[in-house]
Design a protein around this ligand. Structure first.
Ligand code: SF4
Length: 220
């Protein structure tokens, strides 16, 4: 992918935004999905497509009691699994992918979740977003997760002009310091849920209003 030219001014503004995010939200690592093992996080993340983390956490509370190992998912009855995950939406595809993914983990990786992005993205139902969630949370590898909040707010902040999540990921990797990659996602989700919501961003209350390109353009 061709490299984007980043000006000194853009870099300085980015640094000010990162400082403001770190000050406001501190630099604590957390995951919004509940899990106890790497494979549980993988399944929770597959379920989180087009679904809120809150709903996924409700569903996985019972799901991980019923299916207690990755082998249990590999051997699951698809129709039954569809019922178990129904409320997360797209349940037919998700059930099919979870079973296929669990089978690959058992057959090819001795039940472990692989670390490399190339291996992760070959698993059924696993795209770059899910792979980066695993790399960041399980292996603490610098990674940028482009979810709906990161996509929307990174554009508002002027960090990217792209719509495609993979292109946004590359833009952010070029712009942001590596040590901020995992934190950026956590902080932007927090901002997107509270102040910069999709429906009505509260720019006047926002601690980034003096630095944000969209606020400068006069959004309420
Ligand atoms: S200033 Fe407005 S658009 Fe910019 S991040 Fe804050 S709430 Fe979002």
């Amino acid at each position: 992918m061709p490299k984007r030219r980043i000006t000194k001014k853009e870099r300085e503004r980015m640094e000010q935004i990162i400082d403001a995010l770190n000050k406001e939200y501190r630099m604590e690592y957390k995951c919004f999905l509940n899990y106890e093992t790497p494979w549980q996080l993988l399944i929770a993340t597959i379920l989180s497509a087009q679904c809120t983390d809150e709903r996924v956490n409700i569903v996985t509370k019972d799901l991980f009691q019923k299916y207690r190992s990755i082998e249990d998912f590999a051997n699951a009855n698809q129709i039954e699994l569809e019922k178990d995950i129904h409320s997360t939406g797209f349940y037919k595809n998700k059930a099919k992918n979870i079973i296929a993914c669990a089978k690959s983990l058992c057959e090819d990786y001795h039940g472990e979740v692989p670390r490399e992005i190339e291996q992760l993205t070959k698993l059924a139902g696993v795209g770059r977003k899910t792979a980066n969630v695993i790399r960041g949370n399980i292996y603490h590898e610098p990674s940028i997760v482009v979810d709906t909040h990161v996509k929307r707010i990174s554009k508002k902040l002027g960090f990217t002009k792209q719509d495609d999540p993979e292109k946004i990921e590359y833009d952010l990797m070029e712009l942001l310091p590596k040590e901020q990659w995992i934190l950026y996602n956590i902080q932007i989700i927090t901002l997107g849920r509270s102040i910069c919501t999709a429906r009505s961003p509260k720019c006047r209350e926002c601690f980034l209003k003096d630095l944000c390109k969209s606020a400068e353009l006069g959004n309420p």
